[in-house]
Design a protein around this ligand. Structure first.
Ligand code: F6R
Length: 604
């Protein structure tokens, strides 16, 4: 959701900025721009469209590399994607790039207009730039502090001042920003992949800390304007992790990384045959009487699966909610509640707000996140990190799988602590979970069959998913994956709900993916398959080896190895991810950068 970079150092600045933006393009890709110091002034170039369009524009004119600069790749919030609305924005005194939303920008704009400022773009960012300009009397720090004290909303800002060609300024609130550290060069970036090629050392900026980034050092000021010492962190991702590594798209690479992501997330947490969570005390878990799980999109779907697993094994009631809904209703908390926020990025605005609401109500919070030190885990009481490595493709795949694995481990742990299962059962379940990466490897080998099946159905306009129990939760994720990257209209229904309305949508030739991985529910889902077939649907059935009848009643099949039905969504989702991927490829869609979307949704 908008990516920002900044660089100061001896390298060709434009190249470093473009390279950084390339790594951040997953955060937004409707326009891009950079500003650099050259010929003793700030020069800016921007372009609607992909980063490649900006590069073309740079190459087609006279452009100097510069030795300090900022860059931006945009996901439009205020104003359509065009050259004027693209960042950087500014005045003769300063230029800035912004990720976030300035909520009170209209009233600030009016005030600035009364002071004589005029505006070229429709963006909230231009208001922020002109507000800083208004307060600027020669001291950038003062101007930044004064301006941020007047704005409501979220921001990560990279700023250059014309009077100070030897430094960049950076500040953030509720949008991510890191400062990359090296010996004779320094960086700012929305995310680690943008700096990985040059350094693994970085600072995380906290709310309203201002970093002054020079070539030979970085000074960080606290919100009360005193110099502070920051903890230097080291990124544990390598450069390869943020590259496509020979695959056509990040999405397919990340689908194939799932066995490793699962074993990296599960194995270090198994001790004496059962799950153990570092820094989460058994006493705290024992005191949980009811759980809330919140998240957005795919992370919410992982929560739905968590509800099944935790209620089934631990017999603890779970309320699963979409973060953007939860935060605006009045959740009725009670003693013994705990709220788990699931989030790959750790920065999703609605999930962060949901967690803050829980905290304000005195409820214990736990974050399940894939990004070390991101806002949501930093603010949570307890954290369980997933170790999937960087997820670059906009469509989440490996992050979902590892989130499920954490839900399963948590369910086993809570069940044991709650004395709902004995040690032997806990060990047996854990042992099965530790082998799931091997089953996932087997399923990933079905790649070719799934591709061929997808090609058969690629021209459909609508596609429905049906399932019961865990398969219903899985159906929702399968449907989201398909629609977000292939643009095929798709819905997921509880198989038993069909006859209460939905079945009227089934017409001749409409594909229905029936998920039937739970032997206890084969018969029931089997009946629903027959119902849709009788109305002309083409049924693709995803089932385990022991559902023999599936062969007779479906048109196509995806057969996965038999295992504990609670865990089948793990291999099951790999099939659905591959299906969505190959459908999107067959339709010529830009898989890693789906229309209108961006990763890490840091605005409401
Ligand atoms: C879908 C997808 C999104 C995210 C959602 C939450 O493929 O990626 O639905 O799951 O935006 O993001 P995080 O997990 O970063 O909070």
């Amino acid at each position: 959701m908008c990516g920002i970079v900044g660089y100061i150092g001896p390298r060709p600045t434009t190249d470093v900025l473009i390279q950084g933006l390339r790594k951040l393009e997953y955060r937004g890709y409707d326009s891009a721009g950079i500003s650099v110091f050259a010929d003793r002034k700030i020069q800016t170039i921007k372009s609607k469209g992909r980063l490649a369009d900006l590069e073309k524009k740079i190459k087609s004119g006279i452009w100097q590399q510069g030795n300090i600069g900022i860059g931006h790749t945009r996901w439009a919030t205020h104003g359509e994607p065009n050259d004027v609305n693209a960042h950087p924005h500014g005045t003769s005194k300063l230029m800035l790039v912004h990720n976030g939303i300035i909520e009170n920008y209209l009233s600030l704009k009016e005030k600035l207009q009364k002071k004589g400022y005029s505006f070229d773009s429709e963006t909230d960012t231009e208001v922020m730039a002109k507000l800083i300009d208004f307060y600027y009397l020669g001291d950038p720090l003062e101007a930044i502090y004064d301006a941020i004290s007047k704005v409501r909303g979220s921001y990560a800002l990279g700023i250059m001042f014309a009077d100070y060609p030897d430094r960049l300024y950076a500040v953030r609130k509720d949008s991510p920003l890191i400062v990359g550290l090296s010996d004779d060069e320094n960086f700012i970036a929305s995310d680690i992949p943008a700096i990985l090629e040059y350094t693994k050392r970085y600072y995380l900026l906290d709310t309203n800390e201002v970093a002054v980034v020079k070539k030979d050092g970085v000074t960080v000021y606290s919100p009360d304007r005193t110099v502070i010492q920051k903890n230097e962190l080291i990124a544990n991702w390598d450069t390869e992790a943020a590259e496509k590594g020979g695959y056509d798209h990040f999405m397919i690479k990340e689908i194939h990384e799932q066995p490793k992501a699962l074993s990296d997330t599960i194995m270090p947490r198994i001790s004496s045959g059962i799950p153990v969570f570092e820094n989460v005390s058994d006493d705290d878990l024992k005191s949980v009487k009811r759980l809330w799980i919140v998240g957005c999109g795919t992370a919410y779907h992982a929560g739905l699966m968590g509800k099944y697993a935790i209620e089934k094994l631990a017999k603890i009631p779970v309320i699963c909610d979409i973060a953007s809904e939860y935060r605006y209703r009045s959740p009725l908390f009670a003693d013994g509640d705990m709220v788990i926020t699931i989030t790959q990025s750790g920065e999703t605005a609605d999930s962060l707000a949901a967690q803050r609401l829980s905290k304000e109500n005195g409820v214990r919070t736990m974050a399940v996140s894939n990004v070390l030190g991101s806002s949501i885990p930093r603010e949570a009481d307890d954290v369980i990190y997933t170790w999937a490595g960087p997820e670059i493709a906009v469509a989440s795949t490996k992050a979902y799988s590892v989130q499920l694995s954490v839900m399963y481990m948590l369910a086993i742990k809570l069940a044991l602590l709650n004395q709902q299962i004995d040690m032997e059962t806990a060990k047996a379940l854990t042992s099965e979970l530790t082998k799931v990466d091997d089953i996932v490897k087997i399923v990933l080998k079905m790649d070719r069959h799934i591709k061929e099946t997808a090609e058969k159905y690629k021209d459909c306009e609508d596609l429905f998913f049906i399932g019961r129990g865990v398969d219903y939760a899985l159906a929702q994720e399968g449907s989201l994956k398909l629609k977000e990257i292939s643009y095929i209209h798709s819905e997921a229904y509880a198989a038993g709900e069909l006859k209460h309305g939905t079945i009227s949508l089934i017409t001749e030739g409409v594909p229905v993916i029936a998920l039937a991985t739970d032997p206890k529910l084969f018969e029931k889902t089997g009946s629903n398959i027959k119902e849709v077939k009788a109305r002309g649907a083409k049924v693709i059935c995803l089932h385990t080896e022991d559902f023999e009848e599936a062969h007779k009643i479906s048109d196509d099949e995806f057969v996965i190895p038999k295992m504990n039905p609670l865990f089948t969504p793990l291999p099951g989702v790999c099939v659905l991810q591959l299906f969505a991927y190959y459908m999107a490829c067959a339709r010529g869609c830009d898989v890693d950068k789906p229309r209108n979307l961006a990763k890490s949704v840091t605005v409401e």
